[in-house]
Design a protein around this ligand. Structure first.
Ligand code: SF4
Length: 143
């Protein structure tokens, strides 16, 4: 089977990041232990519209009590992560900005611990020449 590319437009490199990326649909980024998915008021409105429910119904069903984070689903998985061999986001067209930016979060560039977590989590990350060696979640060396 050919390699699945989930979001070709977002794949590639970004200035300053030590890796290139192409989504393999592992969904690991949607199930990081302790992970938090923050949503803005605009994002809540767009997601609710996509789901064809009102915001008043959306909030208690999908948001934490603070009204700013998505609830967890089973285990550490995001409430919108769908099951399947190639797991997917149920709200992909309106997924929050933080999800769209993965794995190119600015804080990764100033936090070595977060950088290692991101590299270990995502099998779609490949180090650029000269980047430090690490492993992905399968334990494969990726440099
Ligand atoms: S909203 Fe979608 S892309 Fe974002 S963490 Fe949840 S399942 Fe993943």
């Amino acid at each position: 089977m050919s390699e699945v590319r989930y979001d070709e437009a977002a794949s590639g490199t970004r200035p300053g990041f030590p890796y290139r990326w192409a989504c393999r649909r592992s969904a690991n980024c949607c199930a990081i232990p302790g992970g938090v998915v923050r949503v803005t008021a605009d994002e809540i409105a767009r997601i609710a519209a996509l789901l064809r429910i009102g915001e008043a119904a959306f909030r208690p069903r999908y948001l934490q009590p603070d009204g700013e984070r998505l609830k967890d689903g089973f285990g550490n998985r995001c409430v919108f992560l769908q099951e399947g061999a190639l797991a997917g986001c149920a709200i992909y067209p309106e997924r929050p900005a933080k999800c769209r930016q993965w794995p190119f979060w600015p804080e990764v560039l100033v936090d070595p611990t977060l950088l290692r977590l991101v590299e270990r989590t995502c099998p779609g990350i490949e180090p650029l020449p000269g980047a430090g060696a690490t492993t992905n979640d399968r334990g494969d060396a990726i440099s």
